[in-house]
Design a protein around this ligand. Structure first.
Ligand code: MTE
Length: 295
């Protein structure tokens, strides 16, 4: 596929080009991006300003505008990622070395926060599966765990006990290997802005946004289900799986609908889709599981 450059296009022209873009994609990716029953405007990307101006990143404050205001103080170069646990090639990798040889892809994904707001984001990144293949996952590994940088001098929120730092997340290996799972390094054709998790963050489009750990400095392959930040904070509210599910409400609010940031053509609220619209691609991962118990 010809690499797509978002740098000079507006979301509107991107939307008009969508058919053309999809024509060039592999069948798997195109299927992922054209979910059943989705209206075309469901995948109209939010503006760059919306995506980079309304964020959750508690290392820089709890307000939605705090990350945009404060995240520039984080130094993202040089950047080292520790790879450890059940892998063939553990080590401390310079980010460029970790990513070398991996193909950066464009993925326009829905993004659904557990707080019941949503966006559509044109990411660039490498499939996590390709990265895991490169470092060599051993058969004993059942999960992959991620950690955010711990650097309170540059991440002032870490001086406060809002969360148990560093921010941690994890996936089951089959979730991590799924072709939709992305390690994002950019959006709108630009390097990932600091407030969105530069220089590298996780994107799992069928899960609530809190799974998308930002500023990753450690990737650990393990046979134990990893501890994850929001689950540690309130396990009755935030599960390990965190699959988007309109039928399982948060204890304090409904998950049946969502507020699309920017309002789009329709404005207001829209129905939340099972697995955020990626049901055809991912439902088989959870076959036989009670999704109300494994939320
Ligand atoms: N990663 C870190 N390190 N710290 C955070 O506070 N917030 C999470 C997730 N990743 C968070 C994080 C939450 S709650 C959401 S909804 C998404 O990042 C928000 O991503 P965005 O700001 O790029 O939209």
């Amino acid at each position: 596929m010809k690499p797509l450059t978002f740098a000079d296009v507006t979301p509107e022209s991107l939307y008009l080009n969508r058919r053309q873009i999809m024509a060039g994609m592999t069948a798997m990716t195109a299927a992922a991006l054209a979910p059943r029953a989705a209206r075309a405007e469901d995948l109209k990307p939010n503006t760059f300003e919306e995506i980079t101006g309304y964020n959750n990143y508690y290392e820089f404050g709890t307000g939605k505008e705090d990350p945009a205001a404060n995240a520039s103080m984080l130094k993202t170069d040089p950047w080292t990622v520790k790879v450890d646990g059940m892998v063939d090639k553990p080590g401390d990798y310079a980010l460029a070395d970790l990513l070398s040889g991996l193909k950066v892809e464009d993925r326009v994904y829905r993004f659904r926060c557990v707080e019941a707001w949503s966006m559509v984001i044109p990411w660039q990144g490498v499939p996590l599966a390709a990265l895991l293949d490169k470092i060599g996952v051993q058969p004993s590994a059942k999960y992959v765990a991620f950690e955010t940088l711990l650097r309170p001098e540059e991440m002032p929120g870490q001086k406060m006990g809002i969360l148990d730092w560093p921010y941690r997340e994890g996936l089951r290996i089959d979730e991590a290997m799924h072709p939709l799972t992305l390690m994002a390094t950019g959006l709108y054709g630009k390097p990932l802005p600091n407030q969105n998790g530069a220089p590298i963050r996780l994107v799992v489009p069928w899960k609530y946004g809190f799974k998308g750990v930002k500023a990753i400095v450690r990737i650990t392959l393990t046979d134990q289900m990893p501890q994850t930040t929001w689950n540690m904070m309130a396990s009755n509210e935030y599960g390990f799986y965190a699959n988007v599910n309109p039928n399982v409400d948060h204890p304090r609010w409904s998950q049946a609908s969502e507020r699309r940031i920017g309002g789009g053509l329709f404005g207001g609220r829209q129905d939340t889709l099972m697995f955020n619209g990626y049901e055809d691609q991912v439902a088989s991962l959870y076959k036989g599981m009670d999704l109300a118990v494994n939320y």
